[in-house]
Design a protein around this ligand. Structure first.
Ligand code: DHB
Length: 561
């Protein structure tokens, strides 16, 4: 072939290529398949929010101000990553209120409630609308696949779930669980109340410790769930101006394991530790910090939870009437004292350093007495007298409840064994959470590892420790992570046992960081009970300064942040 023929052929090939590609300015195909750079959204973008692809739905939401009829746009099953491992989990639903009681509203600048429904560190399936636990795991909560607004049935006969006690429910509860009303429900009620307040609601699915491929490998072990939730945040941010709502006002919520995940989402904003994982699933390249964070009964600070459990509950008998191994319990209790000292926390109002020695006193002052007092104050005289007769360890001085910390602890019960989380047999949710692709469960604390191996010097391997850190909000709070959320709403029940200290440590460490923390205990409430969901909704209005005005959409208050 002559030089001229070769040149001619080259020219023809080039022109054919240009013609086939349609537009000389098009990027190469492989580039288009990847997530776009920060806030750049193009029509070919796989992470573009499908703003025109919705159905219009209505629901009636019960509020203390009466029923509200909410008309909203419903966007279902939208993948939030470009390369999902399992799109059934890595998708989200968006509900956008457009009319309340017949009056149109403009949701363009509304706060966005990102409500995860995770329980037991199991997966949450966005396609079926359920988590990997059977209906009834949380009494009164909508179970897997149950229709909107219908509570999951309590079903004690259900098959045992690996890593959870038989019969559903949550270990460590002696008190009231979620009531029959959807409004009094930590997981589902808030979404409806948020819609009725004019907020946008995003409900993401995510992978969890139970996800297993056909070949038997696991694909949802830690840190998959938090990586997915971060990807959901990035998806929302990536769609700034396209997805309705104010993407700088993302408020995350969850209860129990979901509360734990919410706390990590709040504390670890923009940490580069997750980058490789996020890149792998094709998450948007966007800011993943959130504005505010709500954690209901969070199961958190997992690598220190065995220690605090023994500090609090070590001398309580199990349901069998037997005590756990007191020698080991004391060892864990001593480790808790070291850990507590290492946190260097200070109490509110000039209380000074909080140590294992004065923590009881602080918990009494700040949380328990105020909570019991509020509960008793709200009762009629007759009701109160009945309550006091049934709980003789408690008295009432006309203003305040009086009791000792030890009596309070004795009124709870110990259902978790020793160690309470990283158990020797690896049957609890947590060791199963920390499995890997080919291993169902792994020990994740040095204490348990040393006990089971008999080697007092052995430590968790560094790669696993990194994952354990990625699953712990305290790790990021202790580092004063600049991407930590500014506002926090933290709640638990007085009748759930064994998580009080991890929850209060979360609250106090955030207060010590200068965060705006609204923390409290609901008296006589069990796991995930939310006695006051409307206050949470009002709080979102307070921290954002967002209120609805009839007919005119959103208005900013003068005190808006
Ligand atoms: C949950 C409860 C637990 O006691 C636990 O250890 C882990 C998760 C839950 O209810 O999500």
């Amino acid at each position: 072939m002559t030089k001229r023929n070769t040149l001619y052929l080259l020219l023809v090939s080039l022109m054919t290529l240009l013609l086939l590609s349609g537009c000389p300015n098009n990027q190469p195909a492989e580039k288009q398949d990847k997530p776009t750079a920060k806030t750049q959204v193009t029509t070919e973008d796989p992470l573009l929010f499908p703003k025109d692809n919705f159905t219009v739905e209505t629901k009636t939401v019960r509020t203390s101000g009466g029923d509200k009829k909410v008309t909203y746009r419903s966007y279902m099953h939208i993948p939030y990553v470009a390369n999902p491992v399992d799109v059934d989990y890595e998708s989200l639903n968006v509900s956008v209120p457009i009319e309340i009681d017949g009056i149109p509203i403009d949701p363009a600048n509304a706060p966005i409630l990102l409500a995860n429904g995770v329980g037991g560190y199991m997966s949450f399936n966005n396609k079926t609308g359920g988590f990997g636990l059977p209906a009834g795991f949380f009494p009164g909560m909508r179970g897997a696949g149950a229709p909107e607004g219908q509570g999951g049935e309590q079903n004690d006969a259900q098959a045992p779930v690996e890593g959870m006690p038989p019969g559903g429910g949550t270990p460590g509860d002696t008190g009231r669980m979620n009531g029959p009303s959807d409004m009094n429900n930590a997981v589902t009620g808030k979404q409806d109340l948020a819609l009725a307040a004019g907020y946008v609601v995003v409900e993401p699915g995510c992978r969890g410790r139970d996800n297993q491929a056909k070949d038997g490998t696991y694909y949802g072990k830690a840190p998959a769930a938090i990586v997915d939730l971060k990807a959901a945040v990035r998806y929302i941010r990536h769609n700034r101006g396209i997805i309705p709502g104010n993407v700088d006002w993302i408020i995350s919520s969850g209860c129990s394991a979901g509360g734990g995940l919410s706390s990590i989402l709040g504390a670890s904003g923009n940490s580069s530790m997750y980058d490789a994982y996020l890149e792998k699933i094709g998450a948007a390249d966007a800011d993943d910090s959130i504005f505010a964070c709500a954690c209901f009964s969070p199961i958190t600070d997992l690598d220190h939870a065995d220690m605090s459990y023994e500090w609090l509950q070590g001398k309580l008998p199990l349901a069998t009437g037997k005590l756990v191994d007191q020698k080991l319990s004391k060892k864990l209790k001593a480790l808790f004292a070291d850990y507590q000292a290492s946190l260097k926390l200070s109490g509110k109002n000039g209380y000074g350093p909080i140590t294992a020695d004065n923590y009881e006193d602080y918990l009494m002052q700040q949380y328990l007495i105020p909570s019991a007092s509020q509960y008793l104050k709200a009762m009629s005289k007759d009701e109160r007298n009945k309550y006091l007769a049934a709980n003789p360890w408690l008295s009432w001085d006309g203003d305040n409840a009086r009791f000792t910390f030890q009596d309070y602890i004795a009124s709870t019960s110990r259902i978790k064994g020793l160690p309470a989380f990283d158990d020797f047999d690896m049957e609890n949710p947590e060791p199963i959470l920390f499995g890997d692709k080919t291993t169902n469960a792994r020990h994740f604390t040095n204490f348990t590892l040393q006990q089971v191996t008999g080697d007092p010097t052995i430590e968790i391997d560094q790669d696993l420790q990194k994952v354990v850190n990625m699953m712990n909000p305290m790790f990021f709070i202790r580092q004063e992570n600049p991407g930590c959320a500014k506002h926090w709403w933290i709640r638990m029940g007085s009748a759930e046992s064994g998580i009080a200290v991890t929850v209060s440590n979360l609250a106090i460490s955030l207060e010590n960081l200068g965060k705006d923390v609204n923390a409290g205990i609901y008296w006589e409430a069990g796991h995930c009970v939310d006695d006051d969901p409307e206050s949470f909704i009002t709080w979102i209005g307070d921290i954002t300064g967002y209120t609805l005005k009839a007919g005119a959409g959103e208005q900013h208050r003068s005190d808006s942040k």
